[in-house]
Design a protein around this ligand. Structure first.
Ligand code: G
Ligand code: MN
Length: 388
């Protein structure tokens, strides 16, 4: 008598420091036809998973040395996208919330009914299939990014991004003298799931690690300035949140020695509303020797209070104002007025994102002092040459 071959059941790894529980779980699952194995610690589990990844992991939260959350983190750091069901004998709302945030599939409370466990495992196995397909979509088709991932995956990608961080430099030229007066430092990473600086900052924001990111950027710029001692200025972008980072104000900041040749750019795209003491802190930055620029003017929602609070020495017009300006009378009028107001206030005006000779001629005629953009040079390793 021939039998239908049973549909393969998902394989399960049980992780629990209590041996009796571990065995009971494995026996129950095996009795229902699930290939199950077990580990007595998170470290042992990582060892087993390094050889072969099970379809689902069921892990205790509280374990000595490395707990269930750390196991989850370690897995995501190694890009092992296996569904993890966390199990606890001591439930709390915080642990449950953290479990979900960190990408645990489910959070179950002991004692667990067998049917509940099996339902969670089967659901997990389905998701594992989906995760594999998604991974393929991202890696083979280049779709999506780490942004959409759970917090533990974002953290792992962010750490890789910090390790592979580098700084591109783009020249800022004086339009009348055809001379390089500065280079803007622009952050880049080699982490494929964080394909542009915007994604890097969103990841840092989600992880509450904006200060780490700002510090890493300043560290890299400081090293380059120490080594190259340029005769021109360096424009350094800072996130509004960096204004609340005391290390920016310290004399041991990696860029402090170069302060008098640095213009700190603060974008108008982000709000200063949640940063305390902006005015005195900006004042302190000036005392150290830095100058301040408002970046992306015209793109953000910041009102005039932004100007009043920052009193920038330099104003950078967003490239959306510059694009096709030679064919756009409205843009010409707006830029001419902005330039004249800025000059009355003693500020230098930079036109960003100049891509064509027509745009260069127009912004020169409308009174912009400086410009940068692909027409002159793309951002690159220190220091790209300039075309006119
Ligand atoms: O926000 P901020 O102005 O700092 O960002 C500048 C960004 O614009 C950089 O990432 C840089 O690579 C890009 N960029 C610089 N010059 C040009 C340009 O001429 N055209 C376009 N489209 N982008 C540019
Ligand atoms: Mn900038």
């Amino acid at each position: 008598m021939s039998q239908e071959p049973a549909k393969a059941k998902p394989s399960v790894l049980i992780v629990d420091d209590e041996e009796a529980l571990r065995r009971a779980f494995v026996r129950t699952l095996q009795a229902r036809g699930f290939p199950a194995r077990s580990a007595g610690s998170a470290a042992e589990a990582l060892g087993l998973l390094a050889e072969k990844v099970d379809d689902v992991v069921v892990s205790d939260v509280r374990m000595p040395c490395m707990d269930g959350f750390e196991l989850l983190r370690a897995l995501r750091a190694q890009e092992i996208d296996v569904p993890v069901i966390l199990v606890t004998g001591a439930p709390s709302i915080e642990t449950a919330a953290r479990a979900v945030e960190f990408g645990a599939l489910r959070y179950l409370i002991k004692p667990i009914a067998t049917d509940e466990l099996i339902a969670a495992i089967e659901h997990g196995a389905q998701l594992h299939k989906m995760a594999k397909l998604k991974h393929e979509a991202v890696t083979k088709l280049g779709l999506g990014s780490a942004q959409a991932g759970d917090l533990a995956s974002v953290e792992a990608a962010f750490n890789r991004a910090l390790e592979s961080l580098w700084i591109a430099y783009q020249p800022v030229v004086a339009l009348d003298q055809r001379k390089v007066v500065a280079y803007e430092a622009l952050v880049r990473t080699r982490e494929p799931s964080i394909p542009h600086p915007g994604a890097l900052f969103s990841a840092a924001e989600r992880l509450s690690r904006l200060h780490d990111l700002g510090r890493a950027i300043r560290h890299h710029i400081g090293r380059t300035l120490d080594a190259t001692r340029p005769t021109w200025d360096t424009y350094v972008n800072i996130h509004p949140f960096d204004i609340s980072d005391d290390t920016l104000f310290s004399s041991s900041s990696p860029i402090a020695l170069h302060a008098s040749a640095i213009v700190l750019e603060i974008t108008e795209r982000a709000t200063l509303d949640n940063i305390g003491d902006v005015t005195p802190r900006i004042q302190r930055l000036r005392e150290i020797g830095y100058r301040v620029a408002v970046d992306d003017l015209g793109a953000g929602y910041a009102g005039l209070s932004y100007f009043a609070r920052l009193q920038p020495e330099v104003v950078k017009l967003d490239m959306s104002l510059v694009r096709d300006i030679d064919h756009d009378l409205t843009k010409q009028r707006v830029v001419a007025s902005m330039a004249s107001v800025c000059h009355e206030l003693g500020m230098l005006v930079v036109a960003e994102g100049v891509e064509t000779r027509g745009e260069r001629e127009a912004v020169t005629a409308l009174g912009c002092d400086l410009a940068q953009g692909y027409l002159f040079a793309r951002p690159g390793p220190p220091y790209p040459d300039v075309n006119w």
